[in-house]
Write a protein that binds this ligand. Sequence first.
Ligand code: ADP
Ligand code: ZN
Length: 206
Amino acid sequence: MNILLLGAPGAGKGTQAVRLAERYGIPHISTGDIFRYNIKEKTPIGVIAKSYIDKGQLVPDEVTVQIVKERLEKEDCKSGYLLDGFPRTVAQAEALEKFSKVEAVVDIDVPLDKLLKRITGRRVCGSCGESYHIDHLDGKTSCSKCGEELIQRADDNEQTVASRLDVYVKQTSPLTEYYAEKGILKNVNGMGSVDEVFDRIISVLG
Ligand code: ADP
Ligand code: ZN
């Protein structure tokens, strides 16, 4: 199945994507993870991406679309994929349609006023990518899955988050309407535990 996950920053896309990819046996493709990998490796794409991500802005569509196109051409996407963080603009969605057919779009809905606290309290594993929230860590500083150290993402500070949320409202949220009109949008309430949200997603995907 070709699935897209939509939702604001901090809605829980990444957390759910890891679990869904495992459940359906399809690759989890996160444009945010691809950019962070390129930034770490200091590739030309990484240098471009960093200049936008640090300001809480979107990386230009030409760059992002090309990366996704190349990734979806790989053999492991033949039996389906889970896209997390792409598309983020209507232009990206239109570009995607030209090279792949999306079958289901899940929008994880969390009220805007809950997102800031979720994101600024987020800690991620630098190795396996698992996300945590400081409220549930009891002071632990390492990943309970793989033992590596937890870090705060460079773009998870209050100032950058404000512009990411603004970008989401203006540029990304129109996508829900876009996919609703195509009849493939499924809304899921993103409040509650990780397991509760996961169960809701599984049930809408059928
Ligand atoms: P989040 O969902 O928490 O905002 P991501 O890891 O998905 O985090 O993305 C981090 C940053 O990477 C975004 O704020 C944006 O700058 C950039 N980015 C990720 N995906 C895209 C995309 N599809 N188009 C443009 N920029 C993107
Ligand atoms: Zn880990």
